[in-house]
Design a protein around this ligand. Structure first.
Ligand SMILES: [Zn+2]
Length: 247
């Protein structure tokens, strides 16, 4: 186990992240932290109790305001399973509530992840027996449909339901004043692809998400992208499409 303090990265005046783990076998998605005057709002919860505790410790080390809410980008385990550590209300789309309630009824947890490791022995999971005993799927207490604005002290957040093939409940979270957008995994292919290539991404969705008022786009399993990076992906895909269709 690694008890060293996590290295958080500042993105904008109010936004910090724990970047996704570069080792894909850890399936450790980006966790966002939005620091207002009085509170810290997390974007996704971390993929384990241990990671969630490390996030708490890292926030305490930088004297961040207390965590008041967790917003889920979607229901997948690597974005939600750490939530029970924080003991705060979670916010998500109505469909996320539905999917997580179903997962809870079906007891999705230890056996589910163990099956994943059997299928891919390279997977690295930081779960102890004690963690599983403590584990609980946290259903969103606050849900929305379509679009929702949330004011946290001096910071306005916009939640937009975008859905998509990766997860029907995908939510995009815009930190309006900071020009930062959290995308979760919304433009990724259906789950199960460890390393999706650019061609598998939902380019139409990505193109629609581009907004001149936003300069940084943060997704679940890549490094944060500046606008020019997003444009480059879209251009290369458009070029490929033209080449393929001219054959
Ligand atoms: Zn996902």
């Amino acid at each position: 186990m690694n008890h060293s303090t996590l290295k958080l990265t500042q993105i904008s005046p109010h936004v910090w992240i724990l970047p996704r783990h570069p080792d894909k076998n850890r399936v450790q998605a980006t966790v966002g932290m939005i620091l207002t005057a009085e509170q810290t709002i997390l974007v996704d919860a971390g993929n384990s109790l241990q990671l969630a505790r490390q996030i708490q410790a890292a926030l305490a080390a930088m004297a961040a305001p207390p965590v008041s809410h967790v917003i889920y980008t979607h229901h997948h385990w690597d974005h939600t399973f750490g939530a029970c550590v924080y003991g705060v209300p979670t916010i998500a789309h109505q469909l996320s509530h539905q999917f997580l309630r179903q997962m809870r009824q079906e007891n999705v947890g230890e056996t589910y992840l163990r099956t994943k490791v059997e299928r891919n022995p390279k997977l690295i999971l930081d779960w102890t027996t004690a963690d599983w005993a403590e584990f609980e799927i946290i259903l969103p207490e606050i849900t929305y449909e379509g679009q929702k604005q949330l004011q946290f002290d001096d910071v306005l957040l916009e939640l937009v339901h975008v859905g998509g093939v990766h997860a029907a409940d995908s939510t995009v979270i815009r930190v309006v004043k900071d020009g930062v957008m959290f995308l979760g995994d919304c433009y990724y292919p259906a789950p199960g692809y460890e390393n999706p290539t650019d061609q598998m991404l939902d380019m139409e969705m990505l193109a629609n998400l581009l907004d001149e008022r936003y300069h940084t786009y943060i997704d679940g399993h890549n490094a944060p992208m500046q606008t020019r990076h997003v444009r480059r992906i879209l251009r290369s895909q458009a070029l490929l499409t033209r080449l393929n269709s001219s054959r």
